[in-house]
Design a protein around this ligand. Sequence first.
Ligand code: FUL
Length: 467
Amino acid sequence: MQSKDETAASLPRPTAQQLEWHRMEFYGFIHFGINTFTDQEWGYGDQPPTRFDPSRLSPQQWAEVATDAGMRGLILTCKHHDGFCLWPSRYTEYSLKNSPYKGGTGDVVGELSEACRQQGLKFGVYLSPWDRNHRHYGGPEYIRYYRDQMQELLTQYGPIFEVWLDGANGGDGYYGGANETRTIDRATYYQWSTTIAQIRQLQPDALIFSDAGPDIRWIGNERGMASASTWYTFDPQGRYPGYSPPGYDPAADLGQGHQTGRSWIPPEADVSIRPGWFYHEKEDSQVKDGRQLMELYYQSVGRGANLLLNLPPDRSGCIPQQDIGALQEFRRLRQQLQDSIPAQVPTASASSGSSPAAVSHPSSEQFWQAHTEDKAPWLQLEFGTPVTFDHVILQETIARGQRIAGWQLQAAQGPAWRTIGSGATIGFKRLHVLPEPVRTDKLRLLLAPYVASPALSYFAVADVSGE
Ligand code: FUL
């Protein structure tokens, strides 16, 4: 059996780029294109480019809305399954260069990447592998085309933080007028290892997302819901974007990850602020409100995943007012949570290890770590006088790998301890909401079981209901 020291040395850890990505927590998706104008979710690929006709398109507004909402980046559907390109690709006529937008001289990818740069947002690209317009889809020529387009997106628009590889693949489409169904072998058709090497070469800092990684994995549903237990470690063997071997279970595999997985491939929870990914007028009354978005935040970021929230611009080319209102309320609720952390820092003590005072501030550079010989590590907060709280906020020091596999919260009740919450993983952030407020002068966190000696960066309480 391996000793705990050996286990710690061989633990998968995030790359510097992944660590920076974990710190982003919340960023946005923009689904915009010909579907916006045809009121569709999956365009067939047969609509003329002239249908793309926004009256006052403003990528600047998208970036401002995202910044005001507290997002850290935006990912754009540069090409969705219908094949229409939001940049003037030199490899196809099926793009905005043949649309009325700016008389065919526009470039939405360029305009948004520039607006993001100005606002201090990171910029990411979605380039759908499935292309229902392209006549060669299904054959080797299309793979060359896909990589040529990837080359354009990764060389013309500055730094890209995330390349989003969608899993939907093959089926019926226009395909240059063939109007037929084309099936592909999802495991072999795209020769992903070559495209992934191309992305690495062109944008070494970009993280590649798909339902199989290699850098970020899909959470396994489109409801923005992470698993109660979330491992960043994952074994992608036999999986490719859009393909998983038989026996795969999205909730168990993608949601929870694999505790003993050998690769660091953390999950991203994607969800739309509206029922659809693209704008549909009939969904104007179904925009998720601030409280619903806060729920999504708890079940994604609060469980250690990142939240990718989709904001579909309407036919004018702007994000509608009611969506903006919901985002403002969402931001207010997150701020309220932040503001309800008591200003007075409690005194921290621990069963062993380095100085526990490090957990009083949410800094990932400073952390407490239990001694390797400590069989039953714990951390304790003493408030001096009793405090009331309804949230507990935890952050694991994930730069050292994901180590905590079980935790329990106990509040002092006179001489006894009462368990007020428990779970398995912590990860980058864990927001634990108590069913009812607790009043105590001492709170402790028991950390067991664990993979290697636990390291924690933050341990705090908040009282939202008492605000
Ligand atoms: C899915 C696509 O099929 C949807 O249209 C959307 O883009 C979503 C984010 O991913 O796989």
